[in-house]
Design a protein around this ligand. Structure first.
Ligand SMILES: Nc1nc2c(ncn2[C@@H]2O[C@H](COP(=O)(O)OP(=O)(O)OP(=O)(O)O)[C@@H](O)[C@H]2O)c(=O)[nH]1
Ligand SMILES: [Mg+2]
Length: 201
């Protein structure tokens, strides 16, 4: 018998579709926060304390309280409905760990790109890096911080040079419903993308 405390760790027997999602973004955009807020299991985290050695290398403007960083990956799980379960892999944001993205992305159905518009230039490099995986659909989620200057969607699309079909959603990574909405937008986009590819082949 499954104890009450453990019940949410088990999947309904009807689940047929495990879907792997990669969560990427520049340093400190809220990837670990998002995976933690949506995950129905205790998320796996690989946080290490940021030391003085990173000063001048790691751009942390706007994040006065940030003192740890992901050094390998985040992992979490969300059951979307009685058929589909998402496995979330959060990538490290420090540039020197970006070579891990390739391995983490293996088999991913889609990529959620978290963006902090206060440091938009850091996201240019993230999107460049994603272009290396042109066959994996992605969605952009703008994570809002208290001093975030509101950007119009068109302005943001132009700045990030996005295709008209790429979803852009607002989110608060600390909020489960908001983060879930961003993931659902990505899954819907990835599903449409897959159907379009199958129809074209
Ligand atoms: N106000 C606000 N703060 C947030 C939000 N999301 C994350 N934070 C804070 O921003 C900081 C960075 O969040 P993390 O989740 O560690 O960011 P990350 O992208 O995983 O960072 P790295 O792994 O170091 O790249 C933390 O102090 C969070 O509490 C948000 O939506 N709003
Ligand atoms: Mg992190």
């Amino acid at each position: 018998m499954v104890s009450e405390a453990c019940a949410d760790r088990y999947l309904p027997e009807t689940v047929q579709q495990p879907v792997k999602i990669l969560v990427v973004g520049a340093l400190g955009v809220g990837k670990t926060t998002l995976v933690g807020s949506v995950s129905e299991i205790r998320p796996l985290r690989t946080e290490e304390t940021m030391t003085e050695a990173g000063a001048g290398v790691d751009r942390l403007a706007g994040l006065p309280d940030k003192n740890t960083t992901t050094v390998a990956m985040d992992f979490g799980r969300v059951t979307l409905n009685d058929r589909v379960v998402l496995y979330l892999f959060g990538a490290p944001g420090q540039r020197r760990f970006w070579n891990m993205w390739e391995g983490l992305a293996e088999g991913a159905v889609g990529v959620l790109v978290l963006v902090d518009t206060r440091r938009l230039e850091d996201s240019f490099e993230v999107l460049d890096q994603l272009e290396l995986r042109a066959d994996t659909p992605f969605a952009v989620a703008v994570n809002h911080f208290p001093d975030t200057h509101p950007h119009g969607e068109e302005e943001l699309r132009r700045a990030l040079d996005l295709l008209p079909t790429t979803p852009v959603v607002d989110c608060d990574a600390r909020d489960r419903t908001s983060s879930l909405d961003a993931l659902i937008a990505l899954v819907e986009h990835a599903t449409e993308d897959l159907a379009a590819r199958e129809a074209a082949s």
